[in-house]
Design a protein around this ligand. Structure first.
Ligand code: G6P
Length: 609
């Protein structure tokens, strides 16, 4: 949802901006642009399309300066084009503005500005900000920006550069548009996300909603919109720089698929002992609080929603609590019934997804205790939640989520086991067996990756399919949903997932020899039911691809192709079963020549509702 970057210091400014934009490109790639102050003037370049187009333009017209801002766009207002690319300038061309988010009242502001004689060069909501600052500027950039912030409504992270204030660059944040400042020696960095700055510094300041930050080469001064100074603790970036590199893999997505044994291990580390006893003290919810819970209300978006669904099945079955699950974008409109006895669980890799944050706000306003499950330390979700269970997946650069999903599933399994144990809701021996399987899951995910070579030719064979149906039941239903989502996101093949038992109530009408069916049929108490559903599909001439355990003859009889995964406890199996589906989607997309890491129209973090 747009990436923004800023730099002031002695390095090659455009080099730092472009390097940062590369790391932020996952946030949007409809266009990109940079602006610098050079010799008392604002100079810039911007181009529609991928960052490489901007790179080419900068080769032809190199820029230099000591302070600059850059932007990579995911279009909301105004189609992708050179003129709609950021930065946007005012009429005097002495101010440049970049923006992530939406200015909701821009139509009215634009009309008023036009009536006062301002000429607009784009169709964006952002440009009004440049013209408003132009009107208010009387020698104090921060004062001008502050006065404009009182007038623009919406969610935003803004960056403002002025030829008249070349020793500073200003940023402001309102709502779910993340912003971090990286502190160096005689240089300062600003970005939408940590990977853009972590190559240069380990010291970071997280900017909160409702704050302005004045950035100079000597550091950053944070204040509220009203101008009250804010003290912010410097946090240390613990992520490894190599985590944001491809490390020899063709794509980030493939690398991240292969990182899954490690991220599941890291997410479990210190939270489950050899006897299967869970300890989630780091999340910040006491056992007494968990015993008081009468209902769990879960919400999330996209891939995280599938992890939430897996969690729902586990919590119901093991902790024997009523669990409601809702898409975060629907939650606030569905008149959710929550009160002080409700534990709301919001799952979000980024912790910045606007729909999820809004649902979390509604749940808390209703009296619920909010548990955030997220991957980003210090994210908005983590800050607003009463407790946070972190996944330890490290930065995920591929837009299609993979390793953060398995980490979320591991976190869900941990949480369900913990809730069940604390509440005395399940047979301790059963919990011990599930916990043992969970502890073993990193090794099993590793084994599942061994099927990669067999998946490749199958993916090639099915790369021309127009529609693929994914089927799973119970805890493997969310895995079918995730398998279908991965395929459609990155290969643009239409894929649908159904609870296997539901197929006969409609989607069976789609089936013929041209529609392959991917079924998750690992050993479980309902394996036979799933096999019956796959047989129904086979009888309609569909080719059957089954995710199955070794030596399962019943599956062999039905399936045309088997993606073999190691067997484990059926409640933990989803963490392993998703791996071949991720690899299948990856190889299909790669075969089709799709842009795997940056699929069209998508953004990794969606900070608008
Ligand atoms: C976007 C991404 C998805 C992701 C979803 C939720 O739509 O493209 O991959 O699952 O947001 O993101 P979150 O950061 O809240 O987990």
């Amino acid at each position: 949802m747009c990436g923004i970057i800023g730099y002031i210091g002695p390095r090659n400014v455009v080099g730092v901006l472009m390097e940062g934009l590369h790391r932020l490109e996952y946030r949007g790639y409809d266009s990109a642009g940079v602006a610098v102050v050079d010799d008392g003037k604002v100079c810039g370049e911007k181009r529609v399309g991928k960052l490489s187009n901007l790179e080419e333009a900068l080769k032809a017209h190199p820029l230099r300066g000591s302070v600059g801002i850059g932007h990579t766009r995911w279009a909301t207002h105004g189609r992708p084009s050179d003129s709609n690319a950021h930065p946007h300038l005012d009429c005097s061309k002495r101010l440049a503005v970049i923006h992530n988010g939406i200015i909701e009242n821009y139509v009215r502001l634009r009309a008023a500005l036009a009536a006062r004689g301002h000429a607009f060069a784009s169709d964006t909501d952002t440009e009004v900000v440049a013209h408003l600052i132009e009107e208010r500027y009387q020698g104090d950039l921060a004062a001008a920006v502050r006065s404009v912030l009182g007038e623009v409504h919406g969610a935003y992270a803004l960056g403002v550069l002025s030829a008249d204030s070349p020793d500073e660059v200003l940023f402001a944040r309102n709502g779910a548009s993340p912003l971090v400042v990286g502190l160096g020696q005689g240089e300062t960095f600003v970005a939408s996300d940590t990977p853009a700055i972590m190559e240069y510094t380990r010291k970071q300041l997280v900017i909160h909603e409702g704050e302005v930050v004045v950035v100079t080469r000597h550091g950053a001064e944070i204040s509220t919109f009203a101008g009250e100074p804010v003290e912010r603790e410097v946090t240390r970036i613990s992520w490894d720089v190599r985590a944001a590199e491809k490390g020899g893999f063709k794509h980030f997505m493939l690398k991240e698929i292969y990182e899954q044994p490690k991220v599941v291990r890291d997410t479990l580390a210190g939270r489950i002992d050899d006897d299967g006893r869970t300890d989630l003290a780091d999340a910040g919810l006491t056992d007494a609080q968990l015993r008081e819970v009468k209902k769990v209300s879960m919400f999330a978006c996209g891939t995280a929603y599938h992890a939430a669904m897996y969690g729902m099945y586990l919590i119901r079955q093991l902790a024997k609590l009523p669990v409601e699950l809702e898409l975060a974008s629907e939650f606030r409109y569905s008149h959710p019934v929550v009160d002080a006895s409700t534990l709301a669980v919001a799952i979000s890799q980024s912790g910045e997804t606007a729909d999820t944050l809004e649902a979390a706000r509604v749940a808390r306003a209703g009296g619920a205790t909010l548990l955030g499950v997220c991957n980003r330390v210090g994210s908005a979700l983590a800050r607003h939640a009463d407790a946070t269970l972190y996944t330890h997946a490290g930065p995920e650069i591929g837009v299609a989520a993979t390793k953060t999903f398995t980490a979320q599933c591991a976190a869900m399994a941990l949480f369900a086991l913990h809730l069940a144990r604390v509440r005395g809701a399940a047979d301790p021996e059963e919990l011990r067996q599930i916990a043992a399987a969970l502890r073993e899951s990193p090794a099993l995910v590793d084994q599942a990756l061994n099927a990669d070579e067999e998946i490749l030719p199958v993916a090639r064979r099915y790369a021309k399919a127009k529609t693929v149906l994914f089927l799973g039941r119970h805890v493997n239903y969310p895995i079918a949903l995730e398998g279908a989502l991965k395929l459609k996101e990155i290969s643009y093949i239409h894929a649908e997932a159904y609870a296997a038992g539901e197929m006969k109530h409609g989607p069976i009408a789609l089936l013929d020899e041209a529609v392959p069916v991917v079924g998750i049929a690992t050993r479980s108490p309902i394996e036979e039911k799933v096999l019956s559903n796959l047989s129904e599909a086979k009888a309609r001439e569909s080719r059957i691809i089954a995710v199955a355990n070794q030596g399962d003859d019943a599956v062999l009889e039905i399936a045309d192709v088997i993606f073999q995964v190691p067997q484990t406890h059926h409640l933990i199996a989803p963490i392993v079963n998703v791996v071949p589906l991720q690899l299948f989607a990856y190889h299909v997309a790669d075969r089709k020549g799709c842009d795997v890491d940056q699929p069209r129209n998508l953004a990794k973090t969606v900070t608008v509702e």
